[in-house]
Structure formats: C-alpha cells, structure tokens
Write a protein that binds this ligand. Structure first.
Ligand SMILES: [Zn+2]
Length: 360
C-alpha cells in the first residue's frame, strides 16, 4: 500500500477517534419500557388483542386507542413519540419499513437484556437468569460515573428491585433507587414526603416492584434537586400486564409512560443545565411474541421476542423521524451510543448506533 493511502487512513482513524470523544450532549436520559413490543409502538393498538381484558377492564379502550389509520392509531397510543420524537428525533425498529433492531443475547428476557444494553455485550455464560446477583460486568453508567465531570452525577430510578444488582451499585457507586424503596434523601421535598407515605400505604399484593408513576416522580424530584448529568428510568408495567394477559392495561401503561416522557422532556427544556443539551434515548430489554398467546410471553422459545426498538431525540440525533431501510441495529450498541453521545471514552467506542447521520 502506498504511504499516501496509509496516511489518509491514519487521518480517517484519527478523525473517527476525535468524533467518538467529541461530546454531542452534556446530559443524557435513558428510559426503558420493559418488554414493550415494536409491533404496538409502530403499528398502534392491535384490534385482535384489544379483546384481552380479563380482570382489568377499560370500557373506553377502543375509543382511546383504535383508529382505522395506522399513523393516527400509533399516535393515539404514544402521542409524544409520534409527534415530538417523530418530528425532531429518530425511531428505529419498524420492521415493516426494513429497520431492524435485535438483542444479541440468547435469553430474550430481562436481566440478560439490561446487561447487554448497559454493558455493550451479551454474557450468556454468566447472565442467564433474573436472579438478584451482582453483575460482574461493567455498565456504561459505571464507566460514566468514573469519568471526570460525571462522578456522582449518574443516577437510576427503577421499578424493578433487581437493578441495584444489574448496575452493581456497591461497586459502581451509581446512585440506584429501585423497587419499593422510599426516598431517603436528607432533605425531603413535599412531593417526596407524600410519595413515601403512599408507598408505605400500598397493599401487599403490589409486590416488590414499584408502580411506574412513583418511580418516575421520585426520579423527577431527584433531577430537580441534584441535577444529575445522566439518569436512567426503568419502567416495568408493560411487561407485568403483558404476562397477565391484560392487553388493555398494557396499552394504558404504555400511554401513561409516553405522557410522563412528555412531562420530563418539557421540564428539561425549562432548565438551563438541560435545555438543548440533553439527549433522550428510549428502548426496551426484549420483545415479545406475536399471536394471541405469544404476545404475553418472551424468552428464547417465543418467536420474535428478540426484536426490539429504540427512539432518540436531542443533540447528536439527526431529525430523520422513522428510520427506513437501514443497517440492522443491536441492543449491545446502546451502551456505546450513550458513551459516544456524551463523549465518554468506552472500550468499544465507534461501534454505537450512528444517530447523528455524520460519517465516521
Ligand atoms: Zn423484561
């Protein structure tokens, strides 16, 4: 090879390295909706499945979410996604338009999915159950929390109580508030005091997983008080109601989460630290099956439960709306995408999803 070609390659590599380290956003919010299917996000409510309301009936379900036009239908279900993000961001994973996103782990359930999306690689040998054991792998949250300027500025609010283990809060130092955990802040705000009382008064059948609305509003109070640079919200109800076979409640949860995302996004735009400097990424840990029974389940035995999606908006995200005919994207790229968006060095930098549309 000629030396001119070699030096051109060296220059390109240097440019790629510089780009990987150039921050595009100063803050980032990552949100997951456990097991929310791409089929419902991109096609809207499924008329056949809407009949599946057993114990939790909503007589207004059809009125709320059914529209004959598919664009209108999905917008009725998730208006923030299909107005604000479609207009100013990007949505990946509509297989009807040849935009695929998949998990690479061979488990297709929660802990392996969160491990893959947070650490940048599947680990089927060690992460193959949902048991509460400390993750031996390093998440991107931990990497960011050890980066200058981010230390103590990374937090996670999660409905599922397994996250202190997934994020390994003991080792990583990342602040994690999970499950039925009240706010233990030294200076409680009035909303926090009220939420702590509500949590203490919830009936035992609510179990160890926290209602998503409490997870969200605890996190929002934390943002107002401590101004983290990176915050992770993990919501659980979509998965919970899907397993219960309650499609109506599943749709209502997706709709409620979309509305919380709108509230969060609008709040961020009122704060100097966040306005115009914060990127929002929304994705899932796994997909679910397709037919009248399959949609309730996931795991390696359920066809198509490996299929996932992602939405993004903010600095570093090209406003292309719904992605069509793209290169396939993978769950493991999410961690690297987060690092690249914030300009944080990561061992696998350069392999994230190209949200900016810039050459690299
Ligand atoms: Zn899950």
């Amino acid at each position: 090879m000629k030396s001119a070609t070699l030096s051109a390659i060296a220059l390109l590599m240097l440019a790629a390295q510089l780009q990987a380290q150039t921050p595009q956003a100063e803050n980032l919010v990552l949100v997951t909706l456990d097991g929310m299917r791409w089929q419902d996000v991109f096609r809207g409510a499924d008329s056949a499945l809407m009949k599946q309301q057993k114990h939790i009936e909503d007589p207004k379900l059809k009125e709320k979410y059914w529209r004959n036009d598919a664009d209108e239908r999905r917008k009725a279900l998730m208006p923030f996604l299909w107005t604000t993000i479609k207009g100013k961001g990007k949505l990946i994973g509509n297989r009807d338009l040849n935009s695929n996103m998949d998990v690479t782990n061979n488990m297709w359930f929660s802990y392996p999915g969160y491990n893959e999306l947070l650490t940048g690689q599947a680990d089927d040998a060690r992460i193959n159950s949902n048991d509460a054991h400390y993750n031996p792998n390093t998440t991107v949250l931990e990497t960011i929390n050890t980066t200058s300027g981010f230390k103590g500025k990374v937090a996670a609010f999660t409905s599922w109580d397994c996250f202190p283990f997934i994020i390994n809060d003991k080792r990583s130092g990342v602040f994690v508030n999970a499950g039925m955990e009240p706010s233990k802040s030294l200076s409680l705000t009035e909303p926090e005091k009220t939420m702590n009382k509500i949590m203490a008064g919830l009936p035992a059948y609510a179990g160890t997983t926290r209602p998503d609305a409490l997870t969200f509003y605890y996190g929002l109070e934390y943002i107002k008080k401590f101004k983290p640079r990176v915050i992770f919200f993990s919501f659980d109800e979509t998965d919970h109601f899907a397993h219960a076979g309650e499609y109506g409640a599943y749709l209502n949860s997706a709709h409620a989460t979309d509305s919380m995302l709108a509230e969060l996004w609008n709040f961020l735009q009122t704060e100097t630290q966040y306005r115009g400097k914060t990127t929002l990424l929304i994705t899932v840990d796994h997909g679910r099956g397709v037919d009248a029974e399959g949609w309730k389940h996931h795991g390696i035995k359920i066809p198509d439960a490996n299929q996932i999606w992602m939405a993004a908006i903010g600095p570093g995200v090209e406003a292309t709306g719904e992605v069509k005919n793209s290169e396939p994207a993978f769950q493991k790229q999410v961690a690297l995408t987060i690092a690249e968006t914030l300009g944080v060095k990561h061992p696998m930098a350069g392999q994230g999803i190209n949200l900016s549309g810039k050459r690299r």
